[in-house]
Design a binder for this molecule. Structure first.
Ligand code: NAP
Length: 366
């Protein structure tokens, strides 16, 4: 059985993660992509079409007929179910159905957009419970165990990422920066811990690698990161690269939740999750576990493996910052310092489509 594919059904294609994944697949025209979106007329969907080799399937992942239609048109799949739409419980259901329907419809290689199963990795300590991580991580394990029986019919791999580095420079994210008396400031409850931030550009490379190397990738859990990013070091690197001052201020959880994210804290962590369902975590509950995971260094990465798979990967936060300065110049959007100034920052797009949609009042349905 060959697991080689040529046309990939991408769920989450218009998102922060999906966009570089699609770009990585189509850039040299080796793959075609069928991108799922609830709105084919959105600017992000149009930007994907402009890449070439992309078509849009309009619909929701919470619909078996749509899933079937997408999988039938393709021989590969990249599935990133948006847990910040569904909430943890519903995400688990649709991720399982996506895997099952993909097999039934003849997909040859299935890549699951995964996150660490932090509750398990912490030794089942509720202090670390993070619905948007555990909802994915349980299914990541389930897929790899299913794959032991099904792996000759449909290959499968997990792509386990982490918080995008871009989020520390974007409005409406858990690590949104502010400028305080001319100093770029991150006030987050991280202690001396570190976030395993990922580079979105490199996500495109890694996912492409999984489809290009399906025999090796079958059964793999590819866990990626730039490095373990300590925010005091992020501030130092920012100063070095941009020449402008920056600081990290370790912040108590209660103070953090009273900061820029105040209006969100009591909302369900999933904009279509049922607030009356006792399984639904609030934003505060979800992000308490999230920050504890980083503060107490629960999550590990095998950087030697990443160096082997992607020798030119971004290996330090300093390299990532240098690359952003280059991209800013190429795209005419200015350097990081300029982009963070309130007059630019408050108008700028969030890296997350869902945050952008919330600001525009266009958050979609399930
Ligand atoms: N933020 C991070 O740092 C990070 C890191 C790793 C993983 N994740 C995970 O990635 C997921 C979100 O993806 P993202 O980070 O790329 O966020 P995003 O920029 O907000 O994108 C969300 C994506 O999900 C799609 N989507 C949402 N509901 C859908 C539905 N019912 N049917 C079809 N498509 C739907 C959206 O497509 P349309 O709006 O076009 O329909 C969009 O492509 C979450 O599960 C999150 O936990 C996030």
């Amino acid at each position: 059985m060959s697991f080689h594919t040529s046309k990939i059904f991408v769920i989450g294609a218009t998102g922060a993660q999906g966009t570089p994944v699609v770009r990585g697949l189509v850039t040299d025209k080796k793959y075609k992509v069928v991108a799922l979106s609830r709105d084919a007329s959105s600017p992000r969907a149009k930007n994907l079409l402009a890449l070439g080799n992309v078509s849009i399937l309009e619909g929701t992942f919470a619909d078996e007929e749509i899933l079937r239609e997408g999988f039938r048109q393709c021989d590969g799949a990249y599935v990133n179910i948006d847990g910040f739409n569904t909430g943890e419980k519903t995400e688990i259901y649709w991720a399982i159905r996506a895997y099952e329907i993909a097999i039934e419809e003849g997909i040859k290689f299935f890549v699951y957009g995964n996150l660490d199963y932090v509750l398990k990795k912490s030794g089942y300590d509720s202090k670390f419970r993070t619905g948007h991580y555990d909802g994915k991580g349980r299914i990541g394990e389930w897929i790899l165990s299913q794959n032991q029986a099904n792996g000759q019919r449909m290959g499968a791999a997990n792509f386990t990422s982490g918080p995008y580095m871009e989020m520390a420079f974007s409005p409406m994210t858990p690590m949104v920066p502010t400028i305080e008396e001319g100093v770029v400031t991150w006030r987050v409850p991280l202690g001396k811990g570190a976030v395993v931030h990922v580079s979105l550009e490199d996500c495109g490379y890694y996912v492409r690698w999984l489809f290009d190397n399906p025999d090796r990738a079958n059964g793999m859990d590819l866990e990626v990161a730039i490095e373990h990013v300590r925010y005091a070091e992020l501030a130092v690197a920012f100063e070095k690269v941009t020449g402008h001052p920056a600081q990290y201020i370790d912040t108590d959880l209660d103070v953090y939740f009273g900061g820029p994210l105040k209006s969100a804290v009591d909302r369900p962590a999933g904009y279509n999750a049922d607030p009356n369902d006792k399984s639904t975590m609030s934003f505060r509950e979800n992000f308490t576990g999230f920050w504890n995971m980083w503060k107490y260094d629960v999550i590990k990465r095998d950087y030697a493996l990443l160096d082997e798979i992607h020798p030119n990967r971004i290996k330090t936060v300093e390299q990532w910052l240098v690359r952003q300065e280059e991209l800013g110049r190429e795209r005419g959007t200015g350097g990081l310092w300029e982009r963070l100034q309130p007059e630019n920052f408050n108008q700028s797009h969030s890296i997350l489509k869902s945050s952008e949609d919330r600001r525009k009042g266009t958050l979609g349905k399930l």
